[in-house]
Design a protein around this ligand. Structure first.
Ligand code: THU
Length: 133
């Protein structure tokens, strides 16, 4: 899928973010092998530690429908003033389901995006790449 298009999906998703505490809306979009897209948003809670990131929401939503054929992930934060790569917890979750070479596109905080990959953001995971088993 065209990275620009996937980033646009993520940006649109962010409109549905539930972020009353941080006021930091994040949207994510995962592209599946048939070209379909599943969106996710960050969902916060008054007990802050329970907040769920947008990319995990998108992955979990797809998995709920039995889909794990992830081809790419995009993360957008319309309120971001700096690059928005996935947090450590999300990198771990992403590594459970995505191949090392799976592209990850994330907001650069300036209206564009940065192209990365699971391998780049979570190095050494290829040693135990569950997604290829
Ligand atoms: N957040 C995401 O949803 N994805 C990221 O990649 C970084 C952070 C959310 C979590 C929290 O709701 C808010 O952004 C502020 O950290």
């Amino acid at each position: 899928m065209d990275p620009e298009k996937l980033m646009k999906e993520a940006r649109m998703a962010a409109e549905n973010a539930y972020a009353p505490y941080s006021k930091f809306r994040v949207g994510a979009a995962v592209a599946l092998s048939d070209g379909s897209v599943v969106r996710g948003v960050n969902v916060e809670n008054r007990s802050f530690g329970l907040s769920n990131c947008a990319e995990r929401s998108a992955l979990f939503t797809a998995i709920t429908s039995g889909r794990t054929d992830f081809e790419a992930i995009a993360i957008a934060g319309p309120d971001a003033w700096e690059p928005l790569p996935p947090c450590g917890a999300c990198r771990q979750v992403i590594s459970e389901f995505c191949k090392s070479e799976t592209p990850i596109y994330y907001d650069d905080g300036k209206g564009g995006f940065i192209s990365s990959s699971v391998e780049e953001l979570y190095p050494a995971n290829s040693l135990m790449d569950l997604s290829t088993q």
